[in-house]
Design a protein around this ligand. Sequence first.
Ligand code: UD1
Length: 349
Amino acid sequence: MRSPSTILVTGAAGFIGSHACVELLDHGYELIAVDDYSNSGPEVFARVEEIAGRFVGAVYELDIRDRRSLSAVFDRHAVDAVMHFAGRKAVGESTRMPVEYYDTNVGGTTSLLRTMHDHGVHRMVFSSSCSLYGDASRGPLDEASPVRPTNPYAASKWACEQILADVCHRLPEFTVLALRYFNPVGAHPGGLLGEDPSGTPDNLMPYLAQVAVGRRERLHVFGDDYPTPDGTAVRDYLHVMDTVEAHRVALEHLADRPGMQIFNLGVGRGSSVLDVVAAFGAACGSPVPYDIVPRRPGDVSELVADASAVAHAWGWKPTRDLADMCRDAWRFQQLNPAGYARSAHLANR
Ligand code: UD1
């Protein structure tokens, strides 16, 4: 089987999707980029092209649940494989809007599967999440750890995984690699591409960066009474460049064996919220002000990956550490203090 060379990327304008586009262009792949811009905008592709020194082959604004439009894209291009990032991802929001989360994440995935199948495309790298492990504070989690989603976002990712596994089981032409990310953060090292959430950031690293640049006053640290060394919650942070490198390596392994395989993507090392605050302060040259506030509902104490399976299967390991993640996130924030849309860079292109 030839290795895939034309990749359709859903959610291509998002944080991880846009970095994946750079990684794929850098490695000679042809890209079909699809996004509905519900949490992003088309301006990101000028930056992707500037970094990669190549054009993104084709860009389509569409919602992947719109099967007619999606089908037209597959009619027009000979797609070899799909990288599926599109979806809603805010945990808190998912508890308030469960129907939207199931509709977008599960409905989007089944629409994509249907369209792929109709067009004879059967290879996918799927964006899954460590959140489906739920509350698990007993050491590093491997892929066989029990799954206990505690919110609709996590449950929607679990539902997608189950659907993909069943489809692979019933239809042997399908091959899926599901990657369960722990906490991808950071930015492309050049400072052009990074995480640019609309509105108030939900996640720690973009919030920290906005405090450091003076856009927000202080970070709220959600809880210091967890059973962790400094009382703040522990996560396994992974550089977004390592995250997307793993996706590109996954493409090369899609043909290794049929069916569905699941891998954790993490560094295998835990950092507390206060560790991240300190590392960010070191990266930006001054301490980031914060207050301790009550725990955020739905948060868990500790989530750290046992990331050895992917290393064993593909000989691949992340190479960037927390200092790299903070340095790159800070560079992006400094160069784009108000995000992509209002940044002076490329405004006149
Ligand atoms: C969550 C999901 C993850 C998902 C990600 C994307 C879980 C367990 N994890 O990650 O699967 O991919 O969202 O949105 O559901 N924090 C603060 N102050 C802030 C923001 C965060 O103290 O302003 C703390 C949180 O309490 C947490 C840590 O920082 O302990 C990381 O939070 P965040 O960046 O939001 O990621 P997760 O909630 O771990």
